[in-house]
Design a protein around this ligand. Structure first.
Ligand code: GUN
Length: 284
């Protein structure tokens, strides 16, 4: 029977730690990190995410601003806003909420964000840093997954890690971070013929495919660690990729959905904002 990794609790701890550091910095330097979130259009899910980012950063003692623009603004207008925020010394973390309206090129917008303020870790140079092991800003979800794994009393070195999903913001970087931790990493994707032979001998399974019931108890070995990055909606309910009830009987550790990886993402975003601030302000 698995121990459940409580992402809510862990994320609370991380947010608390960030808050303490922000208070210390404020005391010593009279400044706090400022996170700016740009949102274009009225996608309800995006609006709700953005409000949560503002709320949590403010609770950690940071300054936070939402810049909300109508979906009809041009790409050039958005790029101009990003360029101004890049230059603004009072802004330390900057993200543009995705998805953007279809008349905009998200890649171009992300590339325009100054890499030192890119708290999402989506800029190509930050993505490259994940792949080379260079210093950069880690994307929030992979960073959250790594924090969860490092929080366990488990040596990651030499472990067989099986990552299902190869998106640029989840699967691929999660695998690269595990490789950096000296795991032996295997990736699966939509054309993988059979997940089971890979899953069966994995010590760590990370599923970031977005497919309900993809990982089932018959596929996993006794004692494996299962991290569920999937976010799927079934009849209005949030579920992951893993058959939680079945798999928890065999795994040693497992993350629930909701309450697992999800809450870690904003906690990592706050850590990134703090890191960007310290780097930009030259604070160690
Ligand atoms: N849309 C959904 N998740 C994210 C995220 O982590 N960052 C941004 N910028 N947009 C998103």
């Amino acid at each position: 029977m698995a121990e459940i990794i409580d992402g809510k609790q862990l994320s609370k701890q991380i947010r608390h730690n960030v808050g303490e550091r922000v208070a210390e910095i404020k005391e010593s330097y009279g400044k706090v990190p400022h996170l700016v979130v740009v949102i274009v259009g009225d996608n309800p899910a995006s609006l709700s995410y953005v409000k949560r980012k503002k709320r949590d950063s403010e609770r950690a003692g940071m300054k936070s601003t939402i810049i909300h623009k109508e979906a009809s603004i041009s790409e050039e207008e958005l790029l101009e806003i990003v360029r101004e925020l890049n230059e603004d010394p009072d802004v330390h973390g900057l993200l543009v909420q995705l998805p953007l309206p279809s008349h905009m090129d998200s890649d171009k917008v992300i590339e325009t964000i100054r890499k030192e303020k890119d708290v999402d870790g989506f800029h190509p140079l930050n993505i490259a840093a994940v792949h080379t092991g260079a210093k950069g800003i880690l994307p929030a979800t992979p960073k959250g997954v790594l924090s969860m794994l490092k929080g366990l009393d488990v040596d990651l070195v030499g472990k067989e890690a099986f990552v299902i999903g190869t998106s640029n913001i989840a699967g691929k970087p999660i695998g690269m971070l595990l490789l950096e931790e000296k795991c032996t990493v295997t990736y699966a994707h939509s054309k993988t013929r059979d997940l089971k032979p890979h899953a069966r001998h994995a010590d760590i399974i990370v599923s970031a495919a977005g497919v309900v019931n993809l990982v089932t108890a018959d596929m996993v070995k006794e004692g494996c660690i299962v991290i569920d990055v999937g976010i799927n909606r079934v009849e209005g309910k949030l579920v992951g990729d893993v058959d939680f009830e079945g798999v928890k009987e065999k795994a040693s550790y497992i993350t629930p959905v909701p309450g697992g990886v999800g809450p870690m993402t904003i906690a990592s975003l706050l850590e990134n904002t703090l890191e960007c601030f310290e780097h930009l302000e030259g604070i160690e």
